[in-house]
Design a protein around this ligand. Structure first.
Ligand SMILES: Nc1nc2c(c(=O)[nH]1)N[C@H]1C(S)=C(S)[C@@H](COP(=O)(O)O)O[C@H]1N2
Ligand SMILES: [Mo]
Length: 508
């Protein structure tokens, strides 16, 4: 019988490597914050006693994170090899143990503060890939082991091809994951070195009672880590703020170039703006509210001097994405910003670090360019942009809308008084009223929380009486210009969904 334990160990190592690569690469694509290796590392750091941490920092210094990573990868490699030996001898125990580690990775991901439906995807994908690879390779090794005169099975060459092929894929995948990780770490280091100036014009204070804090509703101010992320970037662009430049070109009296330090030296202001995506379905969550620190775009455009006849600004990002924003929205009195800060921190890499645009009242696809590097003043007649080239509307004002956060869809409640609560928005116009309706009843006014400004969403709450049985609760908003929310159901293409959000619940 051929000797197989070295093959079994190698198979386990390859399975573990492919599992880690699958987990890390899927996280790199979805959001670097979802890295299973980072999640497990954070759990390890939390679990390690203080004196050991001090020792590690004393020994490894600033390389402590690399040492931790190397240690974790070594342990994973050893576990992989052990699973390989186990799986070839006692299937399916090796892959069961490997799957167990996938579940532990998922638990580590869950133990981290921010949880979304995507959180579990990288660790579970890692576990799945590891198990499938291990089972396939181990089956081949067993067939090789059982082969002999009169028992044709896999040859040594078959085993070599399978394990070697897996190792080659793991090397490529691992290399890519490593690259993406090191650029992520580099971006974090660059960000960590930045000390944002205080705004000359601070944000409006949040009025008392603006946050109703009703259980089941989203917070009035969206934490950065929970803020929706939409972009076409497979890898988050890594822009060194020292090298960043913003150029103002096109129909201007003089071209202007701005460095990051020059931007930070401007009199900055802070504004509350609720940013929304045109792809947000009625009742969807592609919307968030943050405090943005930045310099008004209108001041930069004034420095450049806009020529007569211009009606659009084409903004372009580091990674080639573009948006066309009506010039007016960037020159009128609204707080259109070249933003450097989000909720008191430098912009997170995935939200446009070091500089992005934020324009109250317009969907992100026509205004909120992240990693922005150029503003070209031009004419709508001469320009198109990334999404307008793909069938989306040239103009993208945010539509008046509202969303019920609680009760949730299909909730089972006790009959009686139930609080219906959520948010309503009409950026740059403001919300004047919100109404809710149960089944075919009358519309009733909700309590409207104080607003921060016309550029932000407003919370509402209403107490409704629900008898035993199934009910549909619906919401509609009115803006400060007297418009009522459009009840006609329309899809998100080409310029944003309309319709009323409703939830069906059952009371008993
Ligand atoms: N560079 C770049 N900027 C971009 C995009 C993009 O794909 N690339 N997407 C836009 C869209 S469609 C939206 S809704 C907002 C989302 O910003 P957020 O990810 O910070 O929430 O960014 C906008 N800015
Ligand atoms: Mo968007």
């Amino acid at each position: 019988m051929p000797r197989t334990w070295p093959w079994a160990g190698a198979a386990g190592l390859v399975a573990a490597a492919l599992a880690v690569a699958a987990g890390e690469l899927s996280a790199a694509v979805l959001s670097p914050a979802l890295s299973p290796v980072t999640a497990v590392g954070a759990v390890v750091v939390d679990a390690v006693p203080g004196p050991v941490k001090d020792w590690a920092i004393a020994v490894f210094g600033t390389a402590d994170k690399i040492a931790l990573l190397a240690g974790m990868l070594l342990v994973i490699a050893l576990i992989g090899m052990a699973c390989g030996l186990l799986e070839t001898r006692r299937p399916p125990w090796g892959s069961a143990v490997l799957a167990g580690f996938g579940v532990l990775g998922a638990a580590a991901a869950l133990s981290r503060a921010q949880f979304s439906a995507l959180t579990l995807l990288p660790p579970l994908l890692a576990g799945l890939v590891g198990v499938l690879v291990l089972r396939t390779l181990a089956a081949r090794i067993r067939s090789y082991a059982a082969s002999g005169p009169g028992h044709p099975g896999a040859s040594r060459r078959d085993v070599l091809a399978a394990v070697g092929g897996g190792a080659a894929v793991a090397a490529v995948g691992g290399g890519l994951a490593g690259l993406s990780r090191s650029s992520q770490v580099a971006a974090e280091d660059l960000r960590a070195g930045i000390d944002l100036p205080s705004p000359v014009e601070p944000a409006l204070p949040v009025p008392a009672g603006a946050d109703l804090s009703i259980p089941g509703t989203e917070p009035l101010i969206t934490p950065n880590a929970d803020f929706y992320r939409i972009d076409t970037a497979l890898r988050v662009p890594l822009v060194n703020p020292r090298e960043w430049r913003l150029r103002v070109t096109g129909l201007v009296e003089r071209e202007v170039e701005l460095t990051y330090d020059q931007l930070l030296a401007k009199p900055l202001q802070e504004s509350w703006v609720t940013l929304a995506c045109v792809s947000n379905e009625v009742g969807g969550s592609l919307i968030g509210n943050a405090r943005w620190l930045g310099w008004p775009v209108r001041k930069l455009l004034a420095e450049a001097g806009v020529q007569a006849g211009a009606d659009v600004v084409l903004s372009a990002s580091e990674d080639g994405w573009t948006a066309t924003t009506p010039l007016e929205a960037l020159t009128d009195a609204r707080d259109s910003l070249l933003a450097v800060g989000m909720n008191g921190e430098p912009l997170p890499p995935e939200h446009g670090f070091p500089v992005r645009m934020v324009v109250p009242g317009l969907y992100g696809y026509v205004s909120a360019t992240k990693w922005v590097t150029e503003l070209k003043v031009s004419r709508f007649a001469d320009e198109t942009a990334y999404w307008t080239d793909r069938g989306w509307s040239e103009r993208g004002p945010v539509k008046l809308s509202s969303r019920i956060d609680t009760p949730s869809r299909n909730a089972r409640l006790s009959a009686g008084t139930v609080t219906v609560a959520g948010v309503a928005w009409a950026q740059h116009t403001g919300i004047s009223n919100v109404q809710v309706k149960v089944d075919d009843g009358e519309w009733q006014d909700a309590r409207l929380a104080a607003g921060i400004s016309a550029d932000t969403w407003r919370q509402f709450a209403a107490d409704v009486e629900l008898s035993a049985g199934d009910h549909t609760v619906e919401v509609r908003a009115f803006d400060a210009a007297g418009n009522v929310q459009d009840a006609t159901n329309r899809p998100v293409v080409p310029d944003g969904a309309t319709g009323l959000h409703s939830v069906t619940v059952s009371a008993g």
